[in-house]
Design a protein around this ligand. Structure first.
Ligand code: 13P
Ligand code: SF4
Length: 327
């Protein structure tokens, strides 16, 4: 039996294929099925390298809304694949691994959002894309880390209820002091674990380094950073420091892969600062090459959403897409 003719429901063979052979099979299937593979910057390097497009949440949403592929295989986490489905409802969207959730997205349910809205009835709800499609559908507008400041500035109201990330909300509030921003009580555990003391410890070895932080980091880390931006924004930010040799990166460790590829002459160091305390998102790391293969071969796991959820979430996402990036 050739590899090409073997059914994908015989995982024992495909789970043990050498990487090169697995990639060959993925390439064959994506061509046969007119599929596009989108990968977030936190995916394992092999998936980032295999993807048609690698990017941040905003960039990947835009790709999903513009693609003419029949199938989108979304290598990221569940809320990202949902956004792709919302923006391309006629496409089939697959998430290769069902364990790819997001602790921050899970911190808010549509019921808890309704409770907050009831407490702040005059406020416009801005919801970070790290949320379920149901929560987006109950929101006025979405934002990502790449456009949160511009989204809030674009509103014709001064009262904002920002959900679910309180660190991002605080960062936006600093940029837009003229608006009242009430923050929901969610955080990303991967970023929220980092403290300025750890960044300082990393800095002892690299005193001249430029510090770049994701806005999901806590206030003290943000205060220590030279640049605060989305994951793809970090790639642009490095270009603003042609003289700098070393950069301390305060975000999920896989981001280092794109940075090192784009800037092979620069040094990138993770801002973890302590032994064993890695900036690691377990949900971003569950997807392996074999999951991408099975996703294409067996057409799994398909994102299914109710029409009214798609309609509501699309309004909030499309409103967001009309606002330019911050960076
Ligand atoms: P970006 O949109 O900046 O890529 O961030 C997504 C994310 O989940 C960060 O934890
Ligand atoms: Fe969610 Fe945090 Fe992982 Fe990003 S890093 S996907 S916010 S848990």
């Amino acid at each position: 039996m050739t590899l090409a003719s073997q059914s994908a429901t015989e995982p024992s063979v495909f789970n043990h294929l050498p990487e090169g052979a697995l990639i060959e099979q993925i390439n064959r299937l994506r061509k046969e099925k007119n599929a596009v593979i989108l990968a977030h910057n936190y995916q394992i390097p092999q998936i980032q390298d295999l993807a048609d497009v690698t990017g941040d949440s905003l960039g990947l949403s835009i790709e999903a809304s513009n693609t003419d592929a029949d199938i989108i295989v979304f290598c990221g986490v569940h809320f990202m694949a949902e956004s792709a489905k919302v923006l391309s409802p006629d496409k089939r969207v697959f998430l290769p691994h069902l364990g790819a959730g997001c602790a921050l997205a899970d911190s808010i349910t549509v019921e808890s959002l309704y409770e907050w809205k009831a407490r702040y009835p005059d406020h416009t709800v801005v919801t970070y894309v790290n949320s379920t499609a149901e929560v987006k559908a109950a929101s006025d507008i979405c934002c990502t880390s790449a456009n949160a400041v511009s989204v809030v500035r674009s509103l014709d109201t001064d009262k904002v209820l920002f959900t679910p990330d309180k660190n991002l909300a605080r960062w936006v509030a600093r940029q837009v002091p003229e608006k009242e921003i009430i923050a929901y009580d969610g955080v990303c555990p991967t970023h929220d674990v980092l403290r300025q003391a750890s960044v300082d410890r990393t800095r002892i070895e690299y005193p001249e380094a430029i510090i770049i932080a994701h806005p999901e980091c806590r206030e003290d880390v943000i205060a220590a950073a030279h640049e605060v931006c989305s994951t793809t924004g970090m790639l642009t930010a490095v270009g603003r420091y042609p003289e700098a040799k070393t950069f301390i990166i305060a975000t999920e460790e896989a981001m280092m892969h794109q940075l090192r590829k784009r800037y092979p002459d620069k040094e990138f160091v993770s801002a973890d600062g302590c032994i064993g305390c890695r900036l690691h998102c377990p949900y971003m790391k569950v997807t392996g090459l074999q999951d991408v293969y099975f996703s294409l071969a067996d057409e799994r796991f398909e994102i299914q959403l109710d029409d009214d959820v798609i309609e509501g979430a699309r309004k909030a996402l499309e409103r967001m897409l009309a606002v330019p990036r911050d960076d």
